[in-house]
Design a protein around this ligand. Structure first.
Ligand code: A3P
Length: 337
């Protein structure tokens, strides 16, 4: 038995070493280190993107995703919060955290009043400070976020049957939100909106093609509704209480009749609302990530929170063009974005 454990530990440390090499060698210079050097790379955004199994990814994320494939050990009660970037990750993190922890914390003295939603739920493939072992230390029931396409899930996670919530959003608003985020993070190296529009429309953006990402989760949510809950940002914005109740039920912690009578779902909606989160100092000041030249401010995740903000950034013609591209890509699938 001890021999097996020793071998497993060795395998684990080898994998960790491999990942650390990839992480070190993957930054802006991209492509010099194994295993990333074998992937096609394209420039355009402030950072080049590699093509990994049909998806465009930052080299760092590709390296981590490869590492997770060999090392991630899911637990049957894990809850995965999956999104395409800028489609409501911050919001769904806040909601799922509040719903699943509602018997631990009072609303008046809640962790979300002092900590950014991005801090209370870790990303699987974006380890803070490069610490890949952090999620292993979390107690069950773990909330884990990811932007990973479903097809890039580690086999262990894909087959473990744990619950996944996916949030998608109108592609035009997602693009506008992404462009603002990119500008805040990359500043003078960021691209202008027209270039961003063209690259997004081609499917050449981090974690994209956008439509493929949504479609993979949509298909699986129809095939296995108990495993994947597919939500749209716009629906959640128009009927937040209804979706909070649905979310709680899916997560296995439904609201009781008494809780509903006492207005607990409404309390959850209020605490996690854009207005509330954006009013908190903890979400407006300071950095979430500071690594070399890379600075990601906390405020970058809570910008405007509006449906249809795209009209302030692109012409009607551009909007129609992107709609048409997405419709064509999704033709015959039943999914409308
Ligand atoms: P906008 O840039 O359109 O304002 P993500 O969390 O996936 O990075 O997505 C960020 C987008 O979600 C931003 O959209 C942000 O303002 C919005 N957002 C953040 N918190 C929100 C909340 N509590 N309710 C609604 N939208 C929210």
């Amino acid at each position: 038995m001890w021999r097996v454990e020793k071998v497993l530990r060795l395998e684990h440390s080898k994998a960790a070493e491999l990942w650390h090499t990839a992480w070190r060698e993957a930054p802006n210079s991209h492509g010099t280190g194994d295993p990333l050097s074998k992937l096609p790379t394209r420039e355009g955004w402030a950072q080049p993107l590699v093509l990994y199994k049909n998806y465009r990814l930052r080299p760092r994320f590709a390296a981590t995703i490869m590492h997770l494939q060999n090392t991630f050990e899911p637990r049957h009660d894990d809850i995965v919060l999956a999104t395409n970037p800028k489609c409501g990750t911050t919001w769904i993190k806040a909601l799922a955290f509040t719903i699943t922890n509602r018997f631990r914390y009072e609303f008046g003295n809640h962790p979300l009043l002092f900590r950014h939603p991005q801090e209370v739920v870790p990303f699987l493939e974006i380890p803070r400070d490069g610490d890949m072992t952090y999620v292993e230390t979390l107690p069950s029931l773990r909330l884990l976020a990811t932007h990973m396409p479903l097809s890039l899930f580690p086999d262990s996670l894909a087959s473990c049957g744990c619950r996944t919530v996916y949030v998608c959003r109108d592609s035009k608003d997602a693009l506008v939100s992404w462009w603002h985020f990119d500008k805040m993070v990359h500043r003078e190296h960021s691209v202008d909106f027209e270039a961003a529009f063209n690259m997004f429309s081609e499917g050449f953006t981090n974690y994209r093609p956008f439509w493929e990402h949504c479609l993979e989760y949509r298909r699986e949510s129809i095939a296995c509704p108990n495993r994947i809950l597919f939500l749209k940002y716009e629906d959640m914005m128009s009927e937040p209480v209804k979706y909070v109740i649905r979310l709680a039920t899916f997560l296995g912690v439904p609201f009781s009749n008494k809780e509903e009578e006492d207005g607990i779902p409404e309390e959850v909606v209020r605490l996690c609302s854009f207005d509330k989160l954006s009013s908190l100092d903890t979400n407006q000041t300071g950095d979430l990530i500071r690594r070399g030249n890379l600075i990601v401010e906390k405020s970058a995740f809570i910008r405007k929170g509006k449906v249809g903000d795209w009209v302030n950034h692109m012409s009607q013609e551009m909007g129609r063009k992107l709609d048409w591209i997405v419709e064509e890509k999704l033709k015959g699938t039943g999914l409308v974005l």
